[in-house]
Design a protein around this ligand. Sequence first.
Ligand code: ADP
Length: 267
Amino acid sequence: MSPSDPAGSGEPTTDALLTARGLRKSFGDNEVLRGIDLTLHRGEVVVLIGPSGSGKTTVLRALNGLETPDSGTIVVAGGPDIDFAPGSPVKPRERKQKRLALRDRSAMVFQHHNLFPHLSVLENVIEGPWRVQGRPKAEVVAEAQALLARVGLADKADARPHELSGGQQQRVGIVRALALRPDLLLFDEPTSALDPELVGEVLLVIKELADEGWSMVVVTHELSFAREAADRVFFMDAGVVIEEGPPSEIFGAPQHERTQRFLTRIL
Ligand code: ADP
């Protein structure tokens, strides 16, 4: 298993994999994103932190095409510019095409794994690459088995999700994302629904993927993970990126008063 185009050394390069500019999104009167800029380089790990309701999940969902911004641009290297320009009426079909173009490139791991309860672990993993992407079943099964072994779940391939612990289920969720062979991984609070003793095993898998050079954006409240795994940390509040930088700067010497207040509260 390897990312589609790792940096090799594990160091981020200057090569932008994903560039989002000026993302804005309102739900009714509630302006949730107020001009978000975010660049993810190949092999880089960006962690989004911030108070609940600050818009972190909405950013991820926009990057994944699950949410359509009201305005802004998203570019994934090698793909078209996905422009959500204001004022230009977007036809429903066009809107759908834009979202699908994004969804093909990334895979999201959710807070709740959303595994199909009636399918085995293996069937859950192959569903996307086999049925949706149309890849040959034998190839997909072999890859799925290797990925399950990679996260210590080789012997669970035939189990149903309910027979697994929460941490194991979430590891299956990660494997399911990897099996789609995405360019980048998006994690939306992947451990916040887990019992505390199960958090570590899931973070370890994510950390290993980061070390292997996967490009990822992670929303989490696990600040020790952010400290260890992030190349850059973005602190968001009220729909705005207040500051961003390497973890040593954001945690060691936050510049903005709002960041300082958040860190004091949470640490
Ligand atoms: P965070 O991930 O930082 O907790 P979210 O992106 O989940 O923040 O939410 C930001 C704000 O957007 C919240 O006020 C939330 O209630 C609102 N919101 C998110 N999704 C929807 C939606 N589909 N409809 C209406 N409001 C939403």
